[in-house]
Design a protein around this ligand. Structure first.
Ligand code: FAD
Length: 457
């Protein structure tokens, strides 16, 4: 329970208007993109690292659970106050402090919206590649905490590949700095790699230095629609074997396509699956590459469309970026898993998922970053139907078990949060799990920082 004295102390730190305590105010912080709801006891909205440090010192002393929160677009419940306690809203810390056009770095606060950084970099001829489909809403702090991936992972990697240095506040209130601004560093343990993807369980990120790249000179995007799912997957492997590494290589199954068919640029009647493929780089190379890729897809029977300009390119991407929200047109609840598997196992995995969905009589939609093997497996269901939800649970466990069997991983980019914590031991063995728990304890001895996330119990 949070005492009146604690609320008063919070008001002294961040000011009255940045402490929200009424039920209505706290309800606005009780959800994320998973559709789960947990009510916080109190919400604070700090704007400096010093304020965060003071908040954490007090929370640590009184053993009050704290939950860092960005834009709440998380897909695994990461920011939800599942045990009640204090939500720390970081969206007021939204300054882009520097974009260095000589050293190619950006210095940002955690509440900066991903697309705002991408645009600011672009305006200076630079490029911030991590591109979650939620980029217009998600924050850099949330991206770092989840090691967000996105559409350009195949060629450019994920958020983890762009974090040079971090400032963070430990659960005990100390402010620390990790990494350096340099492109290389082999000094001491690589704690940045530990923090990126730690899902707000080890501390609160208050500043990041992020690597930028030169803006590619030219980009081409192709939509290829196929009449056969297995042929579509075989085409992915062939494209990559052709020694071209696309910036993006996205897959959509029939159900996903039907969900966004008003944006789809080709006739969808007989389409079983589609790919959106993007190549970028120098103009002469990119022109050639997109033609080679189009030829590969056409040889396998695809109908294709290459975007002729930025407007058409954005229209093609609208198809892909609209899938996640459009799913709600055909179901009340979606359970979105983001397994990542070796590319050569994609057909096997999709067939297995079809088998599991038939076994339990549930509907499943698959789409995602197929080029890097990261699939969004969406179970289309209704959380109000308790009997169906029991079947969904069983189906998820079978999907995860098979994922591990074929040397995949439970999450490519969404993290574990609370929704997947009970399955973590399918992948992480006992000794490794104990090591992870000891690390958590070293950072957060009172277990106040985002409890109930990643680890089950
Ligand atoms: C439509 C849609 C499309 C999406 N597409 C993608 C995609 O393509 N790729 C992808 O990777 N993800 C995707 N996501 C998931 C989500 O957008 C990402 O996980 C994103 O990184 C979350 O950012 P956020 O600001 O919303 O964080 P939140 O949801 O608020 O929080 C996520 C986690 O980060 C922690 N956190 C937030 N800020 C901080 C901080 N400053 N310090 C420490 N911890 C912090 C929270 O405690 C929580 O554990 C999508 C989500 C939606 C709704």
């Amino acid at each position: 329970m949070i005492s009146d004295r604690f609320v008063k102390e919070m008001k002294n730190i961040v000011g009255n208007k940045n402490v929200l305590s009424s039920r209505e105010e706290c309800m606005c912080y009780s959800y994320d993109a998973t559709g789960q709801e947990y009510l916080a006891d109190l919400v604070v909205r700090p704007i400096t690292k010093e304020e965060i440090s003071q908040i954490l010192v007090l929370a640590n002393k009184e053993k009050i659970a704290v939950y860092p929160r960005g834009a709440a677009t998380g897909m695994t419940g990461g920011c939800l106050p599942i045990n009640g306690g204090l939500v720390i809203d970081l969206t007021r810390m939204n300054k882009i402090m520097e974009i260095d056009t000589e050293n190619f770095w950006a210095i940002v606060e955690p509440g900066v919206i991903t697309a705002d950084l991408q645009t600011a970099a672009e305006e200076k001829g630079l490029f911030y590649p991590p591109d979650p489909a939620s980029n217009k809403t998600s924050t850099i702090g949330g991206n770092i905490a989840e090691s967000a991936g996105g559409l350009r992972g195949l060629r450019y990697g994920t958020t983890k590949d762009y974090v040079l240095s971090l400032e963070m506040v430990l659960p005990t209130g100390e402010i620390i700095n990790l990494g350096s601004k340099t492109l290389k560093s082999a000094t001491g343990y690589n704690l940045i790699s530990l923090i990126v993807g730690s899902e707000g369980t080890l501390g609160i990120i208050t500043k990041a230095v992020l690597k930028l790249l030169p803006q590619p000179e030219c980009t081409h995007t192709l939509l290829a629609a196929f009449k056969d799912k297995e042929v579509t997957i075989a085409t992915i492997i062939e494209i990559i074997k052709s020694k071209i590494v696309p910036a993006a290589l996205e897959f959509m199954d029939r159900t996903a396509i039907q969900c966004v068919k008003e944006y789809f640029e080709l006739n969808t009647d007989q389409i079983e699956a589609a790919l959106i493929i993007e190549v970028d780089g120098r103009e002469d190379t990119v022109e050639k590459e997109i033609r080679i890729i189009e030829e590969i897809t056409k040889k396998r029977g695809a109908t294709t469309k290459i975007a002729k300009n930025v407007k058409e390119r954005n229209k093609l991407w609208l198809v892909r970026k609209s899938i996640s929200p459009a799913i709600y047109k055909i179901c009340f609840t979606k359970v979105n898993e983001d397994i990542c598997i070796p590319r050569t196992k994609i057909v096997e995995m999709l067939n297995k998922i079809e088998e599991i969905s038939k076994k339990y009589g549930i509907r499943v939609m698959s789409y995602g970053h197929a080029g890097d093997g990261n699939f969004h497996i969406n179970i289309l269901t209704d959380k109000r139907n308790k009997e169906e939800m029991k079947k969904v649970e069983k189906a998820i466990k079978e999907i995860f078990t098979y994922t591990i069997k074929i040397e995949g991983t439970l999450s490519g980019e969404h993290g574990i949060g609370n929704t997947k914590s009970k399955y973590l031991n399918l992948e992480i063995k006992e000794t490794e799990m104990e090591l992870m728990k000891k690390i958590k304890n070293l950072f957060d001895p009172a277990n106040i920082m985002n409890p109930g996330k990643i680890f089950y119990n």
